[in-house]
Design a protein. Structure first.
Length: 154
């Protein structure tokens, strides 16, 4: 079948947004985050990654969490929230339970270099307020969960 370029942005259609799944894991009043340090950037994000073809957001969340952190997770029913930006849709889930030995793995481990650093870190609410969290719109959800409250409505 011939491609007439209808999906390449040339016909005025925006390019498809990347789909990502991420996990909120809380243990002993602290949130598990992935710290990213590269030239000119230092920020934190929830563990997670791109959703593959034929994968649901929940399946991707479980797979990505295991790859990046070494942890097996069981998810709460449904996503905590779905955050949308111009370039990405992020499906955020909450771990009901997690098991395993925490360790950096997957592509993040393979891509470690002096100019490209990945680090798993547990932060409490006070620490979380002081760092740059991406996406920024996650902060109220994470703070609510850390405070032991119910998650905010999506």
């Amino acid at each position: 079948m011939e491609d007439f370029g209808l999906n390449d942005g040339a016909a005025g259609l925006p390019p498809p947004r990347r789909q990502r799944a991420a996990i909120v894991i809380i243990e002993n009043g602290r949130l598990l985050l992935m710290r990213r340090v590269k030239p000119g950037k230092d920020y934190y994000a929830l563990p997670g990654g791109n959703i593959k073809k034929n994968e649901t957001p929940a399946m991707a969340c479980v797979r990505e969490t295991r790859e990046e952190t070494g942890l097996n997770v069981w998810l709460e029913l449904g996503p905590l929230c779905v955050l949308e930006s111009e370039s990405r849709v992020e499906h955020v889930f909450v771990a009901r339970e997690h098991r395993g030995m925490l360790r950096l793995g997957g592509p993040e481990l393979a891509k470690l270099s002096p100019d490209n650093h990945y680090e798993l870190a547990w932060l409490d609410a006070a620490e979380l307020r002081r760092v740059k969290l991406r996406p920024k719109s996650l902060l109220p959800y994470c703070l609510s969960l850390l405070a032991g409250g119910a998650p905010l409505p999506a």
